[in-house]
Design a protein around this ligand. Structure first.
Ligand code: NAD
Length: 520
């Protein structure tokens, strides 16, 4: 098992498969005292881990990548079982972890290289910035991508030299523990302490205790909890990154490739049963193509196969759409659909729990006749629901797309890519795709994060690793004069010198004259 401290009797968290509703395991909830003990152990491990150079840390993480590959089948089965997603989507989680290790093992060395700064004024000083690890990073994570958002999130923090303590969702703790075990195996094989990465389990109390102990919190989850975490972290003035919810719009313009856009809408809305922070949550389609686009979306939705790929229950072929992990989420979905219906929306397909399956399955649902008076167009649904709204033109689509408290992701669909990019730049979102959906998250090079209430900070790219560091500036004197002009004693000569220097340096008249003489 992953390293967990045992001080007192624990509350047991039972884990049930959302597809079968059967119990598949259990973990013990950790008390605040145990969280403190875990962070202390992490601090000791941090001293050893941070003393390695980036290349050495990269080697250890790359050896862990081999373990993730070797255990691929077992991990896929566990993800499908615990989270309810189809096999292919579980494979994506493992692919992500391997890719993020590969990316930061190489690029991390570049992103964290000391940087020389040439001062524009005090040229007699050498200035270098370096990136130091922060210490112990606490990660509090949700259930929808239980490997990506735990182990995947930990990789750049580890590469930067931090120790990590993860508090996974109480709904999906098993995969986080198994992933942590594989990383710990790699640490131990390299003669390093396994406590470089630990998992603590529990509910909000355990997460809160981690905020009280860690040196930084990387939180992924709902806006509500994100705000509570931010308030708590503010008491200690520790840095945080917040990756929160979204209500991502898809804008389909009249010159779009309707077939590609319809395929994207269906996949973008229903992959992982719509439990994706960057899933397509609402569509704005221009009138002239609305009917054809909607027809194709409904036809494709009806052909989706819903069920489970867990070997125990999958007696037939593969499935496209899995179960819903979190019981409350399926209730939110039901409430949004009921609210839309009550306000006059039409259900074109779906609109109910799947009556033929035992677990928590909600049928992929397409709605028409929707508007912003309905929750399904304004609040995060986080389920397999695709509301389609007709708009007169791109300007109306943009206005509605931006009429939200969220700003995570978006997409624009048009054959005119330049126009698409221009409209994309006007969507208030951390990332906007043109003629694509969701894919930006899979590009480790591209910073990903939210505006407005969708969060603070970025994962991926240079920012994705630098957020786990504090940037220290080293200023070194170059010439070793016995006394700098500004040092004591303050005298009239120094003041005359400085007065002239200030005049010469900052006078607009002088700089205009120099420009006319030298053209610079
Ligand atoms: P949640 O906010 O309910 O829980 C997230 C984590 O916070 C869990 O581990 C939970 O135990 C913990 N927690 C709960 N109360 C806490 C408290 N008071 N202090 C500290 N920790 C506490 O979210 P969820 O239902 O697990 O996840 C769904 C949400 O996550 C959606 O809104 C989704 O959009 C968002 N999400 C965002 C991203 C992103 O990258 N922006 C990615 C995935 C999911």
């Amino acid at each position: 098992m992953a390293q967990r401290m045992s001080i007192e009797p624990h509350q047991v968290i039972e884990v049930h498969s959302p597809a079968t509703l059967k119990k598949i395991g259990e973990v013990a909830a950790n008390s605040p005292l145990e969280v403190r003990a875990a962070v202390q152990k992490a601090r000791e491990a941090f001293r050893v881990w941070s003393a390695l150079d980036l290349k050495q840390r990269a080697e250890v993480l790359l050896s862990a990548r081999d373990l993730f590959l070797a255990h691929r089948e077992e991990l896929i089965e566990l993800i499908c079982n615990e989270n309810g997603k189809p096999r292919l989507e579980a494979l994506v989680e493992i692919t992500y972890v391997c890719d993020v290790i590969t990316f930061y093992a190489k690029q991390g060395q570049r992103f964290l290289k000391p940087q020389r700064v040439t001062p524009h004024l005090l040229r007699n000083k050498k200035v270098t910035t370096i990136y130091n690890p922060r210490g112990v990073i606490g990660m509090i994570t949700p259930w929808n991508f239980p490997l990506i958002l735990t182990i995947g999130e930990a990789i750049p923090a580890l590469m930067a030299g931090n120790a990590v303590v993860i508090k996974p969702s109480e709904w999906t703790p098993l995969i986080a523990e198994r992933g942590a075990e594989l990383l710990q195996q790699a640490f131990q094989a390299a003669g390093l302490p396994p406590q470089i990465l630990q998992v603590v389990n529990g509910y909000g109390e355990t997460g809160g205790a981690l905020v009280d102990e860690a040196d930084m919190i990387a939180f992924t989850g709902s806006v509500r909890t994100g705000k509570a975490v931010a308030v708590r972290a503010a008491q200690r003035l520790i840095p945080i990154s917040l990756e929160l919810g979204g209500k991502d719009p898809m804008i389909v313009l009249r010159d779009a490739d309707i077939e590609r856009a319809a395929n994207a809408a269906v996949w973008g809305a229903f992959t992982n049963s719509g439990q994706v922070c960057i899933s397509v949550e609402r569509v704005y389609v221009e009138e002239p193509i609305a009917e054809e686009f909607t027809r194709r979306v409904v036809e494709k939705t009806k052909s989706l196969r819903q069920g489970s790929d867990v070997s125990e229950i999958n007696t037939n072929s593969r499935v496209d759409v899995g179960a819903m992990t979190f019981p409350k989420q399926i209730e939110t979905v039901e409430a949004h659909v009921a609210d839309a219906r009550a306000h006059g929306a039409q259900i074109l397909t779906g609109g109910q729990r799947n009556p033929d399956l035992p677990g928590r399955f909600y049928e992929p649902t397409v709605l028409a006749g929707v508007d912003h008076s309905m929750k399904v167009m304004t609040d995060e649904t986080f389920g397999p629901v695709l509301p389609i709204m007709r708009v007169k033109n791109a300007e109306e689509a943009l206005r509605l797309a931006n009429d939200t408290i969220y700003g995570l992701n978006a997409s624009v669909w048009t054959r005119d890519k330049a126009k698409g990019e221009a409209i994309a730049a006007r969507v208030e979102a951390g990332m906007t795709c043109v003629n694509d959906v969701l894919v930006g998250f899979g590009i480790s090079d591209a910073p990903s994060g939210g505006l407005k209430e969708s969060g603070i900070g970025k994962r991926h790219g240079a920012e994705g690793i630098r957020r786990f560091c504090h940037q220290q500036v080293i200023v070194t004197d170059r010439f070793g004069m016995k006394r700098e002009p500004l040092w004591y004693p303050y005298d009239a000569t120094t003041e005359r010198f400085l007065t002239r220097a200030v005049g010469a340096l900052f006078s607009s008249k002088l700089s205009a004259k120099l420009k006319s003489l030298f053209g610079k």
